[in-house]
Write a protein that binds this ligand. Structure first.
Ligand code: NPW
Ligand code: ADP
Length: 487
């Protein structure tokens, strides 16, 4: 961000102090949407760097908006004060506003406010908090009031492994500038961040997009470009034939959910390879789908399918390994999920045979089973990136924020989806969507981006007025979500 900041200042002729003003303005607008009571008791803690400069500018802008119950502390724990920090301190003092300067945490005397704005340290953090900074973070946390952090909570590393013994500020809300930081997407961030909001501070977007980075946030614009419209004079043959190898005696529902998702994501034809015992359920619930009883599979006939998914509710019968091997040999666009991932974990030599159009969809446990235990998500995502490159496949590492690791090393981060979706069968639905998109002719990379986004988006639409969302509801919602995402 620092170099983007510098580029914007240079190329748009905006002064750095004016950029800070834009950032402060953007913060205040977002803040005012959350806390509109002008009598709210606010304490703002500012450091000596640019994060502190933002805090001082925010204080002035809040005062101008008639938030009257504000106290400001400037922590002089270091010796270096940034120029823009000095300038904003001067502007505030020119308004005859009292800024309390403190050199030691023990000097602080505050009556419990309604909320605290944390502008002590931001993205400039370059070592763990110690001494005065650590004591101040503890003091703030112990007040047990709402904490709103400017850009980053003080003490939170924006990139790299998040410390297990985190000793920084624990924010209820982070109002962050221009782009979320990569570490916001890892579950370990929940120790420091309950919620974050991203605000546009006017940095040069075109330039940001040219910056070399492995990470890309998936946007609704990406999706609009990727969805293929249904065209006049097309027929079921145009939209591909998908095969799902799924289901077992006690897990037939997984096959049905996947198959239904496949149909509803637009595959022209869907065939389900399931045990004989599941045929009645399939025929009754999904007359559109065709069946291939698993007991009588002629592997040579599998060539006709445009894409195959294997795994949901598959179980661990003796012949599963043979089936997985045969399917991999076909070198077709392939989704490997759930029990098939576990079978792969026990037969890792098969990994190198996966076709370049393969998508693996592990959740965290399946991932660690496949590629070894990891201490944290930072490590896990690094491994996913390395393995996707090494094997030349797409790895979808599923979670609240899902990481899609491409063979090129690119990592696409999906932000759709929500905790209302945390229930069984949800991953089976994703697999159905993915194989459907592959069968319709999308490359693995596109299918992964589209599938993960649409799956989460359908869940988000349902969660607007529902406490929890079931996998079947997501399936029903899908075609509407796809239609809405086209424009
Ligand atoms: N483009 C953008 O995104 C924009 C960003 N803006 C804002 O700038 C913020 C970044 O500001 P910043 O670079 O001045 O760093 P900041 O976080 O204030 O730290 C200050 C100094 O503290 C020190 N230090 C570090 N760790 C420490 C520790 N553990 N314990 C003790 N000291 C420690 C370290 O100095 P050092 O010790 O290395 O000399 C560091 O340089 C960003 O979060 C956003 O709020 C907006 O204004 C506009 C546009
Ligand atoms: N809290 C959440 N926020 C967003 N998405 C979620 C959440 N919980 C689960 N999901 C999504 O639901 C799916 C769950 O997959 P998985 O664990 O394989 O489910 P199952 O095995 O029950 O089918 C993933 O795509 C995941 O991203």
């Amino acid at each position: 961000m620092q170099n983007i900041d510098a580029y914007t200042i240079k190329h748009t002729k905006i002064k750095s102090v004016d950029l800070m003003e834009q950032a402060a303005n953007a913060f205040v607008s977002a803040f005012a949407q959350e806390y509109d009571n002008k009598n709210t008791g606010i304490v703002i803690f500012c450091g000596l760097g640019n994060n502190g400069g933002d805090g001082l500018a925010i204080a002035r802008l809040l005062l101008a908006k008639n938030y009257t119950n504000i106290s400001i502390f400037l922590t002089r724990f270091g010796s270096k004060q940034s120029d823009d920090n000095k300038e904003n301190l001067k502007r505030l003092q020119e308004m005859n506003f009292q800024v309390e300067e403190i050199n030691d945490v023990n000097e602080i005397e505050i009556i419990k406010p309604d909320l605290i704005i944390d502008a002590i340290l931001g993205s400039g953090l370059n070592k763990p908090l110690t001494d005065q900074y650590a004591a101040l973070a503890k003091l703030i946390n112990d007040l047990a009031v709402k904490i709103i952090a400017v850009d980053v909570p003080t003490g939170f590393k924006t990139e790299g492994e998040i410390l297990v013994d985190y000793n920084g500020v624990k924010a209820d809300l982070v109002i962050c500038f221009q782009r979320p930081k990569i570490n916001f997407f890892f579950p370990e961030s929940s120790i420091a961040i309950k919620r974050f909001k991203v605000v546009d501070i006017g940095l040069d977007e075109a330039y940001i997009n040219t910056q070399p980075t492995d990470y890309k946030l998936i946007t609704s614009e990406d999706i609009t470009k990727l969805i293929k419209p249904r065209v006049h004079f097309t027929h079921k043959g145009t939209y591909g034939h998908a095969l799902l190898i799924a289901g077992n005696t006690n897990t037939m529902g997984a096959a049905l959910l996947s198959a239904n998702a496949c149909l509803r994501a637009g595959a022209g034809l869907t065939t389900v390879c399931l045990p004989q015992s599941g045929l009645t359920a399939l025929n009754i619930t999904m007359p559109e789908a065709m069946a291939l009883p698993r007991e009588h599979v002629d592997f040579k006939s599998l060539h006709k399918y445009n894409a195959i998914a294997i795994g949901p509710g598959l179980g661990f019968d003796d012949d599963n390994l043979i089936m997985l091997k045969k399917v991999i040999e076909l070198q077709k666009p392939l989704v490997v999920d759930a029990d098939a991932i576990t079978t792969l974990s026990n037969n890792k030599n098969l990994l190198k045979n996966l076709s370049p159009q393969t998508i693996l969809t592990p959740h965290v446990k399946e991932f660690d089973r496949l590629f070894g235990d990891h201490e944290n998500w930072w490590q896990r995502v690094q491994t996913a990136q390395t393995k996707a490159k090494e094997l030349g496949i797409v790895i979808i590492l599923k979670n609240q924020y899902t990481f899609i690791c491409m063979p090129t090393g690119e990592i696409c981060i999906n932000q759709t989806g929500n905790p209302a979706m945390a229930s069984g069968g949800m991953g089976d639905v994703l697999t159905g969507i993915l194989v459907s998109l592959l069968a319709q002719g999308h490359a693995a990379k596109e299918a992964a981006i589209l599938g993960v986004y649409l799956h989460g988006k359908a869940g988000d639409e349902l969660a607007k007025d529902s406490f929890c969302v079931s996998a079947s509801q997501v399936v029903l919602q899908l075609p509407k979500t796809m239609k809405m995402s086209m424009d």
